[in-house]
Design a protein around this ligand. Structure first.
Ligand SMILES: Cc1cc2nc3c(=O)[nH]c(=O)nc-3n(C[C@H](O)[C@H](O)[C@H](O)COP(=O)(O)OP(=O)(O)OC[C@H]3O[C@@H](n4cnc5c(N)ncnc54)[C@H](O)[C@@H]3O)c2cc1C
Ligand SMILES: *[C@@H]1O[C@H](CO)[C@@H](O)[C@H](O)[C@H]1NC(C)=O
Ligand SMILES: *[C@@H]1O[C@H](CO)[C@@H](O)[C@H](O)[C@H]1NC(C)=O
Ligand SMILES: *[C@@H]1O[C@H](CO)[C@@H](O)[C@H](O)[C@H]1NC(C)=O
Ligand SMILES: *[C@@H]1O[C@H](CO)[C@@H](O)[C@H](O)[C@H]1NC(C)=O
Ligand SMILES: *[C@@H]1O[C@H](CO)[C@@H](O)[C@H](O)[C@H]1NC(C)=O
Ligand SMILES: *[C@@H]1O[C@H](CO)[C@@H](O)[C@H](O)[C@H]1NC(C)=O
Length: 513
């Protein structure tokens, strides 16, 4: 059964509460080179037993490693591979998982950020001839962008939020509004350095050590730690015309999204996403909307149960062309007349929009109020979007007061490489549905968790073959179903080869010990 997240979390909470302090005798035997870089103070370990999800649900690690070089991590991995005690290890990027995927109960969490900080120099090299960037796996995408922009270049595919690490998103997929054209971030990688579970550093690509390369992309941290990625670049545009178009019905909304993702470069938008505003949800004034726009959107929201907005963006260097292109495209779309809103921003302002908005809302307050994020992200086959709408948006979620965002936008399967571990539905076009809930209390967190389980239950009951993105399953049967038997077999073999003691990223709950 797929829907036991809540049970799992509750069980883990109980374990955390009752866990006695386990004496980690192995800690006394760590190699000298890294002994001073391991921090077992409860201050440090507690911080690494919680993540963006907000619920501390597992025993803390015995220690945190703050590596100053890739070799430090290799030394740790060789050590834990050699000792008799089972010492799980997890790389922690920016801790932006929401279900403890970067935890290592009673083991070692590697604070990847320490790598990039050591020596004060970023581990990011741009090649203008090769049109690629070599970036340390610990780096945030915003840092990669800052470095490439200095040379007028940019990666092609982006997540909505750039304060995520290269190694963290490449272990999942890295999705956003550019996926329909460039594929997810994992589709834009030429080469990786991966430290295997045995502490061996392997350089891999589509040509050499293929199995590890494809296996690690979307590999949920199971096969090794990504210490470097070579990522494809393109020229960075100067500016972006950024639009939001409102719809009162699903059909026109999805038809227009699908129309836009079928348009080749340079005719269509460079970015296509969308959101669902449930139950008369209103918009706040943000940097995006004028106060007048806010008023008219909220009048529309009061009238209709559900609103949809398509978010599009067109990159450009010269004003005259973009105006014509957009005028032409808008003429082919069926949004509510007059409900098109636009902004004109720099490329950096566009890509960093979520962070800019968060800063605007939160100001400089270092508010300590805890917020929980019981998120659920799904890939939904296009043929079932209507069924999902009826059963979930108009059914299960009919009476809830949504706190957070609901994303809904399509992608093309042909931009994904099926050799990679990342798994998507078996249909040419599929949608991402992101329930990005915000909960103020543990009780709310539980209710959203229950709602998420209901959504998954509805899909299972009606044969809607969704795939979870940033998946959370707890039984091998569920994982096998997630990957499909062919991919699962391959993954198991790779695991045996590259992490035979199953020590890496135990927070994914894939390989039992
Ligand atoms: C506000 C917000 C917005 C987001 N927006 C998007 C989005 O638009 N698109 C999208 O695709 N995702 C998005 N995400 C999800 C994000 O991609 C995941 O949280 C992802 O795990 C990256 O986060 P991280 O770098 O902090 O990794 P962590 O959460 O620290 O780690 C994730 C997993 O990868 C492993 N790992 C970390 N580093 C490495 C490494 N170098 N090598 C191997 N394994 C490693 C960890 O052990 C863990 O299992 C968002 C998350 C948040 C909180
Ligand atoms: C532990 O954390 C607290 C709060 O952040 C801090 O005041 C204290 O100095 C820390 N203790 C150690 C030993 O680092
Ligand atoms: C960047 O280049 C320097 C100098 O050649 C090299 O030592 C370093 O390993 C490179 N870093 C990455 C992440 O490729
Ligand atoms: C938000 O909108 C309200 C009402 O329209 C207005 O009074 C207020 O000044 C706006 N705030 C900002 C920051 O624009
Ligand atoms: C969908 O778009 C068409 C064309 O503009 C319009 O006639 C129709 O009313 C729209 N449907 C709904 C439900 O708004
Ligand atoms: C909305 O679209 C119309 C028609 O293309 C255009 O003239 C108008 O400027 C657009 N409004 C905004 C706010 O972009
Ligand atoms: C945040 O801090 C910066 C510099 O300290 C300041 O310029 C800015 O106005 C502050 N912003 C808010 C919203 O308080």
């Amino acid at each position: 059964m797929a829907f036991n997240r809540l049970a799992l979390a509750v069980a883990l909470l109980a374990v955390a509460a009752s866990a006695a302090v386990i004496s980690a005798a192995w800690l006394d035997h760590v190699p000298l080179e890294i002994a001073s870089k391991l921090d077992s103070s409860s201050n440090a370990t507690a911080r690494f037993a919680t993540d963006y999800g907000g619920v501390t649900s597992a025993p803390p690690p015995a220690a945190v490693l703050r590596p100053s070089s890739v070799e430090d991590i290799a030394v740790l991995l060789r050590f834990v591979h050699g000792v008799e005690t089972r010492v799980p290890v997890a790389a922690r990027g920016n801790g932006h998982s929401v279900h403890g995927q970067a935890f290592a109960p009673d083991g070692v969490v590697i604070d990847m950020a320490a790598l990039g900080n050591s020596g004060g120099r970023r581990r990011i090299n741009v090649s203008t001839e090769g049109m690629y960037v070599d970036a340390g796996g610990e780096h945030l995408w915003i840092e990669v962008l800052e470095e490439t922009l200095k040379l007028g270049l940019s990666p092609r595919s982006w997540t909505d939020y750039l304060y995520l690490t290269v190694g963290g998103t490449l272990s999942n997929a890295g999705i956003g509004g550019q996926v329909f054209r460039h594929g997810p971030q994992i589709s834009t990688v030429y080469e990786l350095d991966v430290l295997t579970g045995q502490g061996e550093l392997i350089t891999c690509s589509g040509e050499s050590n293929q199995d590890l390369f494809y296996g690690a992309l979307g590999g949920l941290g199971q096969l090794g730690i990504i210490t470097r990625a070579r990522i494809a670049l393109r020229p960075a545009p100067a500016r972006v015309r950024w639009l939001r178009l409102f719809y009162t019905d699903l059909d026109n909304f999805t038809k227009d999204q699908e129309f836009l993702i079928s348009k080749p470069d340079p005719i269509g938008f460079d970015y296509v996403e969308g959101e669902v505003m449930l139950n008369h949800q209103s918009v706040d004034n943000s940097t995006f909307y004028s106060n007048q726009a806010v008023e008219s959107i909220n009048r529309l929201a009061a009238e209709f149960d559900t609103l949809y907005f398509l978010e599009g963006a067109m990159y450009y260097d010269s004003n005259t062309v973009v105006d014509q292109k957009i005028e032409g495209l808008l003429g082919e779309l069926n949004f509510v007349p007059g409900f098109n809103f636009s902004n004109d921003v720099t490329y950096l302002e566009f890509l960093d929009r979520v962070h800019i908005e968060i800063q605007r809302v939160e100001g400089n307050s270092t508010s300590s109020t805890r917020v929980f994020h019981p998120w659920l992200n799904l890939f939904l086959p296009k043929s079932r979007v209507r069924d999902f709408q009826i059963g979930v948006f108009q059914g299960i979620l009919h009476n809830i007061n949504p706190t957070g965002l609901v994303l809904l936008y399509p992608m093309n399967k042909n931009r994904w490489n099926d050799l990679m571990t990342a798994t998507v539905p078996d249909e040419e076009v599929f949608y991402v549905v992101g329930f990005l809930w915000t909960a103020a209390t543990v009780e709310d967190w539980r209710s959203f968790g229950a709602l998420n389980d209901e959504v998954l239950g509805f899909c299972q009951q009606h044969g809607i073959e969704v795939k979870q993105y940033l998946p959370l399953y707890t039984s091998q049967g569920d994982w096998e179903r997630h990957f499909g038997s062919v991919k699962w077999e391959k993954f198991v073999q790779l695991k045996r080869r590259y992490d035979p003691k199953a020590l890496l990223a135990p927070g994914q709950h894939i390989f039992a010990v």
